[in-house]
Write a protein of this length. Structure first.
Length: 404
């Protein structure tokens, strides 16, 4: 006859299973009981019992979603974590802006505030503005700082995993060599995670956007710099040192211009929005913006379409090599230049088809990102929402902030 397990062991198992459910709810935002059972490997009866306990504690709510069920019946009922379980902060430092959002654990954005900045902002200036915006966003969302389980932060440059330092190819030179996580964590009194902007764009598209149904994709950000974020097996892949995806510094012309990274002929020196503007300014004026370039191209201006097309072809050659190595299901194109739509995407697709091996290039879907300028700040919040190890709560009203 099997002996009964000690009550302590049963309690431990129950806590572990509860944690599994909470982790999946945080990753998914909205999810059905059946899908929770599939993802966790728990039985449906166990899931139902634990969900009932979490509902009684005020941590989980049922939400009806729009649309009929799979057989045309009642709308499906999905589960999400309640605001009592905490909120996440997303902070994005761009070349000319600082932006902050507050998201609940059901992935609903509760507040979104932004402030324009002077070009080449210093880190202390950016940090001061970010702290002020955090307080404003929390007030707008109607939540206290004690409700925050953690903050994600994006910077426009590579982050060294071993040191937390901003790498030498950062768009904001004054940030090179700094450790922004430590500074922002001290200022906010919160656990903070930091990633570069392209990785956060990938994470946002995985959580909210064009990559939600895709396990393997490459997110390409085309702006004043060019970078990519890699999602492999449903997880963000950053490489051994944290710089995986730095396609903007792939050499495409060995006799080309010297790049800010110190090498010559990098993709960024040919295809970034800065270079596009420089090529068109002699004909279109010194104050030309990338938004005006895109508008002219959409209206049929030959010069604008030509320059964007040339940039797209250069990007496509590099993306083709990435497809040969990683064989992603999708390439999602974001950043400022993605607003050009098919003016950018069509020549990019042509080059990928031409230069990638058929098994990789023939099956990859190349699509625009759907989150626009919000991608990076949403991705910063997603660092918290999807990082179930770094930011967790233990019991109703009790939150654990782990440094990381």
């Amino acid at each position: 006859m099997r002996r009964a397990a000690p009550s302590g062991s049963l309690a431990s198992l129950r806590d572990r299973n509860r944690r599994l459910l909470v982790d999946e709810l945080r990753r998914a935002g909205l999810i059905s009981r059946a899908e929770l059972a599939r993802r966790t490997g728990l039985s449906r009866s166990t899931v139902s019992t634990l969900v009932a306990d979490l509902q009684a504690q005020g941590l989980v709510a049922e939400r009806e979603v729009d649309g009929a069920g799979p057989q045309g019946g009642r709308p499906p009922v999905l589960l999400s974590l309640e605001r009592a379980a905490g909120v996440a902060l997303g902070i994005d430092f761009g070349k000319r802006h600082v932006r902050v959002i507050v998201s609940d654990l059901a992935h609903t954005v509760l507040a979104d505030v932004e402030r324009p900045m002077e070009t080449e902002q210093s880190a202390p200036e950016g940090f001061e503005v970010a702290v002020a915006l955090v307080h404003q966003a929390l007030a707008d969302a109607g939540v206290e700082q004690t409700d925050v389980i953690g903050a994600g932060m994006g910077v426009p440059g590579p982050i060294d995993i071993s040191t937390g330092e901003v790498g030498s190819s950062a768009i904001l030179p004054g940030w090179i060599g700094l450790r922004p996580r430590e500074d922002m964590s001290a200022r906010l009194g919160l656990a903070v995670r930091v990633e570069n902007d392209a990785n956060l764009g990938a994470l946002a598209e995985l959580t909210w956007g064009a990559g939600r149904d895709t396990q393997d994709f490459v997110y390409v950000k085309v702006a004043s710099g060019i970078g990519s974020g890699l999602v492999l097996g449903g997880q963000l892949y950053t490489g051994a040192g944290g710089i995986a995806g730095e396609i903007g510094h792939s050499m495409v012309d060995e006799r080309g211009a010297v790049c800010r990274c110190g090498n010559r002929g990098c993709l960024e020196t040919i295809a970034s929005t800065r270079q596009i503007r420089e090529l068109l300014r002699p004909a279109r004026g010194a104050d030309l913006t990338i938004e005006e370039v895109i508008a002219h191209a959409r209206e049929g201006d030959r010069a604008s379409r030509r320059v964007i097309g040339d940039a797209a072809r250069a990007i496509g050659v590099v993306v083709a090599q990435v497809c040969n190595v990683l064989n992603p299901a999708k390439v999602i194109v974001g950043g400022d230049l993605s607003a050009a739509g098919d003016v950018l995407l069509d020549p990019l697709r042509d080059e990928v088809s031409r230069h990638a091996v058929p098994a990789a290039g023939g099956h990859v879907e190349i699509v625009p990102g759907v989150l626009g300028r919000r991608a990076e700040v949403l991705g910063a919040a997603a660092l918290v929402l999807r990082d179930v190890d770094g930011f967790t709560f233990n019991a109703p009203g009790e939150v654990t902030h782990q440094a990381g």
